[in-house]
Design a binder for this molecule. Structure first.
Ligand SMILES: [Mg+2]
Length: 359
C-alpha cells in the first residue's frame, strides 16, 4: 500500500453556548491520508479558539503531504521520525507538532483499518472502558454556571471535575474552590487549572491554601515555557502539580520529569506528537511512576489510556456538540468505551463537515 496524498480541510466549529463565554469556536484541522488501495486514515487536531488553525493546515499541505506521498503507510514510527527530522531549522514545538500529530493520528487510523484492529489493540491494550473527568468551569462562568456544568457530569457518572482558577486576586480563587467543594461534597475529586496565569509567588501562596479543599492537582500554575518555575511551585506546595498540555514530544516531557515539575503529566495526542509519541511519553513517565492524564481529545486519548500502564483518566470539555462525529463518543457511568471499530473508530459526519468547513 502507498500513500497517494493528504487531503486537508479546516472546520470552524461553534463552541457550546456556555463555553462561548470563554471561546467562540474551535478550529479542527482535518488530515485525511489517502492510499492507492482506497483506504483513508483520518487524522485531526483541534485549535482551541481557532488559534493557529490555518498555519497548522498550511504545514500539513506544504511540508508533510509532499514528504509522506509515495511512502508505505504501515511504517508509522519510521514515518514519524521522518516528519520530525525533515525541517531541522524549525523546533518541533507548537504549530509543526500539531500538524505532525494530526498526520500520526491518521497513520494509526489507517494501520487499524488495514489490519481490522482498534488502535488500542495495536498498542497492546484492550478495547475496554476508560474513566473520564468532567472539565470546564471557565473564569467568566458564575459559580451557579460551574455547579450546573459539574452536575451534568455527575449525572453521567463522572466522579471528578476540573474548574479554572487564575484570577489575580488570591481570595477570589479560594472562594470559588471553597464554594464548589462545598456544593459537590467530599467524595468528588476536584482539580483546578490556572492556564499559566500566575507567577511563582502567587502560585505558592494559593497552592498552600488549596490543601484545605482536598484538591487533586493544581494545573499549569506558571508559564509553560518556564519548567524551572513550575518545579519551584511543585516543591513548595502540598498540593500535587499537573502540567504538559503545552509541552511536546518525549524530549519536552523528559525535561519536565527531570526537573520534577509535576506529579501528573498531561500530553495532548493532538499536540504532543500524536498517538505513537504519547505512548512513548507515557512509557518514559512510567519509569518514574508518574500518571498520565491526557489533555482533551477524549475520543482519541482512550486508545492510548487503554494500552499504557500508568493511565489516569481522559478529560472531557463540552467544547462542541454539533454532530461532528458520525458515531460520537458518549460518557456512560463516568466512562468511555473504546470502540471495537478498526482504527481509532472516529469518522466525521459529512453534514457537519459541509456546515463548518471554512478552508
Ligand atoms: Mg489545562
Amino acid at each position: 500500500m502507498k500513500i497517494t496524498g493528504i487531503e486537508t480541510s479546516l472546520l470552524r466549529i461553534p463552541a457550546d453556548p456556555l463555553v462561548q463565554k470563554q471561546y467562540a469556536d474551535c478550529g479542527m484541522v482535518v488530515a485525511e491520508v489517502q492510499t492507492d488501495q482506497g483506504l483513508i486514515g483520518l487524522g485531526y487536531t483541534v485549535c482551541v479558539g481557532f488559534a493557529g488553525a490555518e498555519t497548522v493546515k498550511s504545514y500539513l499541505d506544504t511540508r508533510l503531504c509532499p514528504l509522506l506521498t509515495g511512502k508505505d503507510p504501515s511504517a508509522v514510527n519510521a514515518l514519524w521520525g521522518a516528519m520530525y527530522r525533515q525541517d531541522m531549522g524549525i523546533r518541533k514545538k507548537g504549530i509543526p507538532m500539531y500538524a505532525i500529530s494530526a498526520a500520526d493520528i491518521a497513520l494509526w487510523d489507517l494501520l487499524g483499518k488495514a489490519t481490522g484492529q482498534p488502535v488500542a489493540r495495536l498498542l497492546g491494550g484492550t478495547a475496554g472502558r476508560i474513566p473520564v473527568y468532567g472539565s470546564g468551569g471557565f473564569l467568566p462562568y458564575t459559580t451557579d454556571e460551574i455547579l450546573k456544568e459539574a452536575q451534568g457530569f455527575l449525572d453521567k457518572g463522572c466522579r471528578a471535575y476540573k474548574l479554572k482558577i487564575g484570577f489575580p486576586e488570591a481570595k477570589k480563587n479560594l472562594e470559588r474552590v471553597r464554594d464548589v467543594r462545598k456544593a459537590l461534597g467530599d467524595d468528588i475529586k476536584l482539580m483546578v487549572d490556572v492556564n499559566q496565569r500566575w507567577d511563582v509567588r502567587m502560585a505558592v501562596r494559593v497552592g498552600r491554601a488549596l490543601e484545605e479543599y482536598d484538591v487533586t492537582w493544581l494545573e499549569e500554575p506558571v508559564l509553560a515555557d518556564n519548567i524551572a518555575q513550575c518545579a519551584e511551585v511543585a516543591r513548595s506546595i502540598p498540593v500535587p502539580v499537573a502540567t504538559g498540555e503545552n509541552e511536546y514530544t518525549r524530549y519536552g516531557f523528559r525535561d519536565l520529569i527531570e526537573a520534577r515539575a509535576a506529579s501528573y503529566l498531561q500530553p495532548d495526542v493532538q499536540r504532543a506528537g500524536g498517538i505513537g509519541e504519547v505512548v512513548r511519553i507515557a512509557h518514559l513517565a512510567a519509569a518514574y511512576d508518574i500518571p498520565i492524564a491526557p489533555h482533551l481529545a477524549p475520543e482519541l486519548s482512550i486508545q492510548v489510556l487503554a494500552a499504557i500502564p500508568n493511565g489516569w483518566m481522559a478529560e472531557w470539555v463540552n467544547f462542541y456538540d454539533q454532530g461532528v462525529f458520525a458515531e460520537p463518543p458518549e460518557i456512560v457511568d463516568g466512562q468511555l468505551q473504546v470502540p471495537e471499530r478498526p482504527g481509532h473508530g472516529m469518522a466525521l459526519n459529512p453534514d457537519a463537515v459541509k456546515r463548518f468547513r471554512v478552508g
